[in-house]
Ligand binder design. Structure first.
Ligand SMILES: Nc1nc2c(ncn2[C@@H]2O[C@H](COP(=O)(O)OP(=O)(O)OP(=O)(O)O)[C@@H](O)[C@H]2O)c(=O)[nH]1
Ligand SMILES: [Mg+2]
Length: 273
């Protein structure tokens, strides 16, 4: 990717609107070496709209070009992305025009963690399914150029995760929203850690959703969910392991409502960019 960066005019960096901090690639800014960057907060249809608004405000305060997008349902989204990309490249394109050269299509590299929606975005701009996209991490395996629009070529790239071991919450949030292959994870403890995060940001929300006690702890929430959905073991005990799997599945699909796991004010402003 570093090698290919030399041949691109700009970067389209996708971050998940439900975890705009955990989905940052901290070295991308360096790698970009001054190239224009457009940050897209993807899957905004599943994120808390108030939290997304605050993230966009925080990014704009840092003078970063950014947009919250719902690539799945908003048909005007491709146009908005192309417009922002053209705006970012306008000076260079104008300089070409001044020399009598017709500017060629912008070459943009789509970057971001696995499963954030890079390939889906490219297909949406191209108005056809040119590259494979699916709801699991690691779908794109190679770098592919797509002539997505008359004015925009986009390089699809495989999602990249980088180690950020200093913050345990980042690992939890990435795993909770499906960016890490979860065959290797203990789902019950992941679900409980995630429930704790949601309880912090949205007090009472899960308790009400699952008819749990007001002061229920994460295990109590899983029990209430198991009870509500009648998930029981052979011995008739509540099956909190299956409840944990169901909880994670529904969270990732956005079925628990519009929830954001990381809020703007809690992250260090410096890392934002
Ligand atoms: N709800 C919703 N789902 C989206 C959005 N964008 C992408 N998706 C879904 O997210 C899943 C992953 O999309 P991909 O485009 O394959 O993600 P990717 O970033 O290319 O992933 P890798 O190639 O694995 O790195 C797919 O199931 C898409 O349908 C969005 O804006 N909203
Ligand atoms: Mg992909």
């Amino acid at each position: 990717m570093e090698e290919r960066l030399r041949a691109v005019d700009m970067i389209i960096e996708l971050r998940d609107a439900r975890m705009p901090n955990a989905s940052i690639n901290p070295i991308l800014k360096e790698l970009a070496s001054g190239k224009p960057r457009l940050i897209l907060l993807s899957k905004s249809d599943m994120a808390d709209p108030i939290a997304t608004k605050k993230w966009i405000e925080a990014l704009k305060n840092e003078n970063v070009a950014c947009l919250a997008v719902d690539i799945m349902h908003d048909s005007s989204c491709a146009k908005k992305i192309i417009k922002e990309a053209l705006l970012l490249m306008e000076k260079k394109r104008e300089a070409k025009r001044a020399k009598g050269i017709r500017p060629r299509a912008i070459r943009a590299m789509a970057c971001g963690i696995p499963n954030v929606g890079k390939s889906t975005m490219i297909n949406r701009i191209a108005r056809k399914n040119t590259v494979k996209a699916a709801d699991k991490p690691g779908v794109t395996k190679s770098l592919t150029w797509i002539h997505a629009d008359e004015e925009l070529d986009v390089l699809d790239t495989p999602g990249v995760l980088w180690p950020k071991f200093d913050d345990e919450k980042i690992g939890i949030v990435l795993a909770a929203l499906g960016s890490i292959n979860d065959d290797i994870l203990n789902k019950k403890s992941l679900a409980m850690d995630t429930i704790r995060i949601i309880q912090n940001h949205y007090p009472g929300y899960l308790e009400e959703l699952y008819d749990a006690e007001k002061d229920a702890n994460p295990n109590g929430i899983l029990k209430a969910l198991a009870n509500k959905r009648n998930l029981k073991k052979e011995n008739d005990e509540l099956d909190t392991k299956r409840a944990a799997e169901l909880f994670l599945y529904e969270l990732r699909k956005g079925k628990l409502g519009r929830l954001t796991l990381e809020h703007a004010q809690e992250s260090d402003q410096e890392v934002l960019e």
